[in-house]
Design a protein around this ligand. Sequence first.
Ligand SMILES: Cc1ncc(COP(=O)(O)O)c(C=O)c1O
Length: 457
Amino acid sequence: MEPYRIKVVEPIPQLTRQQREEALKRVHYNLFDLRAEEVTIDLLTDSGTGALSAAQLAAGMAGDESYSGSRSFYRFHEAVTELTGYAHILPAHQGRAAERILFNTLLEPGRIVLANTHFDTTRANVELSGAEARDLPCAEARNLDSAEHFKGNIDLDALSRTLDGPDGSRVAMVVMTITNNGGGGQPVSMDNLKRTSALCRRHGVPFFLDAARFAENAWLVTRHEPEYRDRTPRQVAEEAFRLADGCMMSAKKDAIVHIGGFIGLNDPELAQRCELLLIATEGFATYGGLAGRDLDMMAQGLTEVTEPAYLAERADVAAHLAHRVRSAGVDIIEPPGMHALYLNAGRLLPHIPAHHFPGHALACQLYLEGGIRSAELGSLYLGEEDEDGNPTKSAPYELVRLALPRRVYTRSHYDHVGETLAEIAKRADSVYGFRIVEQSPILRHFRATLEPVPVHG
Ligand SMILES: Cc1ncc(COP(=O)(O)O)c(C=O)c1O
């Protein structure tokens, strides 16, 4: 059961099907353009959408809004230092700001960043600095249906080969995303982290964690890695941070705050250079684009997020929804993980070809039938077309992500999601596809406008 009770509630919008149909037409079938008040269950993201605890709100009230040297900064600094062990901690307003500052300081054209899988903003920030982002996911990650526990791991052989090979001297850093959001939210084992750390040390290459979901990763390690069965998630997390030379963190996930992030570093010279860029572009080094209250709420959230009762319930909710989804006849990336379920829309809607976007079709149906907002992670997001609109590249899988906000929805909300999917699955062959009407040159899924096209099953 939930290890908390509800003190403050917010009504959720309940629209008629006709209202949702009109809303979809108005936004040209782009779910990002819906107003939140048109969405009943919002599973677009788990980022910045969690519910604050009473203790976090109280901590926020104690926030010190001094421009420099605030008490909030020192409380935040102590909490992050104790957790991570890094010598230098720089606050930033969110994860991608931390990425931009670190990469602009460390990278240059011609250099390579290796990762288990770069998250999309991480890749974008690597590329904006002129470097190359190269993914080395483990082989197990390619089988969406296998229930192996650490499909977020990096491919150690490929890592070793690259570091030893002709590109080795160009590798500027190795990043491990825990959990691996771009790879189905799968965790990384401590064994994989240790071996990666050892390889990086041997080659003198900095090793960083993209630690957005460090606590969820730690929980899954205590469940599935025998050596860690008797450790607490907090102990696992502390050890994981200490295997790396630093981290970037979007605190909007596993610090359960609405805004926030940080960089942790051991290298004093790198920290000094990052700090200058931080001051120039985010804010002074003791607030980094945040309010004092945000720093205090982050510090409190970082202690709550590793509580076993909280993590056990979060894993259980994901398992509950996974069970409902499978019972509805819809496949997911297995095993379900914790922060999101990834629906295999390509398999559910085989009559819709990739260039008519089966993932987007399922996401629109989820909204139309149940007021549920989700995120397409298929060919609308990753595909490409030539100037005449002919498809040139499709995504490897046509997925829809149902992200689970922290402490926000109950099992009955998720039952509604399962029931809606079951209804859609019953008449899957009548679901229509889509065609792009207009699109932007980059990140097209955010701004594209679309229209339905009939495709027959
Ligand atoms: C693994 C990972 N890294 C980085 C980010 C970027 O963080 P933010 O949205 O706070 O900029 C995200 C956001 O979803 C993420 O999942």
